[in-house]
Design a protein around this ligand. Structure first.
Ligand code: DAT
Length: 162
């Protein structure tokens, strides 16, 4: 999902509920400095995709991960069984990103990204569209429902893959 849609909150809650491992890719990128530079206009890092994938590979190979990131086209298709794209309403997203202290340019860029469904389109282009699902993430009720859906999906997956 677009930044602010609730990926980290949802992944954390889903990891607690299911016992899966929450892999926060943004944090790993920062800790391991997997970037080629900084885009000052957007106040964001230019990520080195190959380095990120090399870093993640052994973690993913262990299995049972919830991979939390705003982009998925850099990852190999074989890594995932399910792709969830979180969505939030414009007003909700605007408030969350303002609270995060985003500058005006970064704020409007991200809100526009959500309106244009950039992350969803990228996911559908990069993966079998049957694996890609949208989840609304506007309030705590959505959060709870999404975590339950993930837990349910995992149970089904386990019984189909014994
Ligand atoms: P992301 O990881 O997509 O950038 P986040 O998990 O950090 O987003 O969430 C951004 C903020 O919004 C954070 O303060 C937690 C809050 N939030 C996330 N999902 C929510 C939800 N479903 N209902 C209410 N607040 C939510």
């Amino acid at each position: 999902g677009t930044p602010g849609t609730g990926k980290t909150q949802t992944s954390q809650a889903a990891a607690e509920r299911t016992g899966l491992r929450h892999v926060n890719v943004g944090d790993l990128i920062k800790q391991n400095k997997c970037y080629e530079g900084k885009d000052e206009t957007f106040d964001s890092y230019i990520i080195d995709d190959d380095e990120v994938c090399d870093l993640l590979e052994p973690i993913i190979e262990e299995g049972g991960c919830i991979v939390d990131f705003h982009s998925c086209e850099l990852f190999p298709e074989r890594w995932f069984e399910l792709i969830l794209v979180l969505r939030a309403n414009t007003d909700v997203l605007y408030d969350r990103l303002s609270e995060r202290g985003y500058n005006e340019k970064k704020l409007s860029e991200n809100v526009e990204c959500e309106i244009m469904q950039i992350v969803l389109e990228e996911a559908k282009e990069s993966y079998d569209s049957n694996l890609v699902h949208e989840l609304q993430s506007n309030d705590l009720n959505d959060l709870e429902n999404n975590v339950e859906r993930i837990a349910q999906w995992l149970e089904n997956w386990k019984s189909n893959n014994q």
